[in-house]
Design a protein around this ligand. Structure first.
Ligand code: SF4
Length: 315
């Protein structure tokens, strides 16, 4: 409740609790969320503006060079298609819209300018906060996008440093750390988290959480592995709904004042316990479709928020 958050030992204890012990803890995490984030939750939405064709080999990703998943592959969308996606997201109740592109980084200046024009129009014509997830952007590129009205830069670490080589071998962890530091230094709101359920240990999960604290990230997106056929991690998921809730609780207690946004894999991993994510400490969730998989209808998410007595919040 001081805002400092629990340490690594206590975080590990949380992840080791039995299912019967979680219920009491939800009362604690809910109180922490309420104190720092209130009862208004944040909904964000994304467009996969450039899909597949990635040089990287991230084992969880259907767009990677190792994946044989039958996904749509296309270069950067035209500006109007991005605008249509943003308007659709606003209708779904989302307050923030993220333009996501596959690949290690967006180096092509014409593509970056197209994204910049879309950001500017989404702010003025649609009235949404904007975010980009374009790989490891340089300081100049972030400054350019901020000058167009960008609010947030998203770049996940995915997992702990020690486990990362089991997931990705085509770039190293330090490149991702550097990308986050560059975005922070450029003055962006930084959204940085990871994916859980890839075979990492509880200690790895806590290590990621502590690294996010060191980096002073503003928002933590929490993804739960949805193992897609054709990716190396297909058939490997060992997450349970209560296991997912414990991860959210751990993150909320480590990061009392940060945004914790539940993103991909929510429906398949939490199933009927999705409504408990806010008691566990989430302050927001992604609505609509994910990068290569479909989310559930927005009306169901909006009804869930309303049934829980929660409201919707801007950044
Ligand atoms: S997570 Fe990003 S960098 Fe990794 S394979 Fe997928 S699109 Fe490429």
């Amino acid at each position: 409740m001081s805002g400092n958050g629990i340490g690594a030992d206590d975080a590990l204890t949380v992840l080791g609790l039995r299912q019967s012990e979680i219920w009491r803890l939800l009362a604690v995490s809910e109180a922490v969320r309420r104190r720092f984030k209130g009862d208004q939750v944040r909904l964000c939405s994304i467009v996969n503006a450039k899909s597949g064709l990635c040089s990287e080999d991230c084992a969880f990703c259907a767009q990677s060079s190792r994946s044989t998943a039958p996904i749509d592959k296309y270069p950067l969308m035209e500006e109007e298609r991005i605008m249509t996606a943003a308007r659709d997201a606003k209708q779904r109740g989302a307050r923030e819209f993220s333009i996501v592109a596959s690949g290690l980084t967006m180096r092509n200046r014409r593509e970056l300018e197209r994204v910049g024009r879309a950001i500017s129009r989404i702010g003025t014509e649609v009235g949404m906060e904007t975010c980009v997830s374009l790989g490891a952007l340089g300081a100049d590129d972030i400054a350019f996008l901020l000058s167009r009205g960008l609010r947030s830069v998203h770049h996940n670490l995915e997992t702990a440093r020690g486990f990362f080589p089991r997931v990705c071998t085509t770039h190293d962890y330090d490149e991702d750390i550097r990308a986050v530091r560059v975005a922070k230094a450029a003055g962006a709101w930084v959204c940085c988290g990871g994916i859980f359920g890839m075979g990492e240990s509880d200690a790895d999960r806590v290590e990621l959480s502590m690294t996010l604290r060191e980096l002073n990230v503003d928002s933590i997106p929490v993804n739960f592995l949805n193992p897609i056929e054709g990716t190396p991690l297909y058939g490997t998921s060992e997450l349970t709904p209560f296991g997912c809730l414990k991860i959210i609780v751990m993150l909320r207690l480590c990061h009392p004042a940060r945004e914790i946004i539940v993103c991909g894999g929510r429906e398949v991993n939490l199933r009927d316990l999705q409504g408990l994510i806010f008691a566990a400490g989430a302050s927001g969730m992604m609505v609509g479709n994910y990068l290569t998989t479909a989310g559930r209808p927005a009306e169901e998410d909006l009804r869930m928020v309303e049934d829980l007595g929660l409201g919707l919040r801007s950044l």
